[in-house]
Unconditional design. Structure first.
Length: 209
């Protein structure tokens, strides 16, 4: 890894180690759209293999149809801003933040940073068909969204819609407020951080900087 001036050090958990061990990684704000071909060159085959393995056990990989190359135009059009987590010279997770703020549903008259897409590399997903290679990618990325909200003067407020398989992560791990299914967004459950909860979570996770 060759982190640039905007890259931030972070830590992941190596799921292959016994006992589990913390390893260095980097958080990359403004991840370049022209690297999405590189990412999907690795992720697409792994995603397909995981989807097939899950299907054989009667499960469905809800993000199995995702392709980050489709986001390149929106990044170049300043609709999305990308963040990536890199470890062992590979991208381990990606997040797309909407550059246009959304209205908070929890705090009248306030805005939130909206997480439009977030995904860990297929080999990092907690599934019964495979052990995760790295843990903590989603935590680092959500922490980056909170920090972006703070930088923009929005108090740490963050909102997102979750795929059903990710709902427990946002409820249990991230301690976000579950607002409920959104009929205007494919009935996906909407989650949001009130500012005080976001700040407390950021501190508890050791992600403040």
């Amino acid at each position: 890894m060759n982190p640039g001036s905007s890259h931030r050090p972070c830590r992941l958990i190596d799921g292959r180690a016994a006992p589990l061990a913390s390893v260095p990684a980097i958080l990359i704000p403004d991840f370049p759209a022209d690297r999405l071909n590189e990412v999907e060159g690795l992720w697409t085959p792994a995603r397909n293999r995981l989807a097939e393995a899950m299907e054989s056990t009667g499960l469905d990989l809800e993000s199995g149809h995702w392709d980050w190359r489709n986001k390149a135009w929106s990044v170049r059009s300043n609709i999305h801003r990308l963040y990536a987590v890199e470890c062992e010279n590979e991208v381990q997770g990606l997040m797309a933040l909407a550059t246009r703020h959304r209205t908070s549903v929890l705090i009248a008259g306030s805005s939130v940073v909206y997480v439009d897409y977030v995904e860990s590399a297929p080999w990092n997903l907690r599934q019964v068909v495979q052990p995760p290679r790295f843990l903590g990618i989603g935590t680092v990325l959500i922490g980056a969204a909170i920090q972006e909200s703070l930088n923009l003067g929005l108090g740490g407020r963050v909102g997102l819609h979750a795929l059903p398989q990710a709902e427990r992560f946002y409820t249990d791990r991230c301690r976000m407020t579950r607002y409920g299914p959104d009929p205007d967004y494919h009935d996906l459950v909407y989650f949001e951080y009130p500012d005080s909860v976001a700040l407390r979570w950021l501190t508890d996770m050791g992600l403040c900087r």
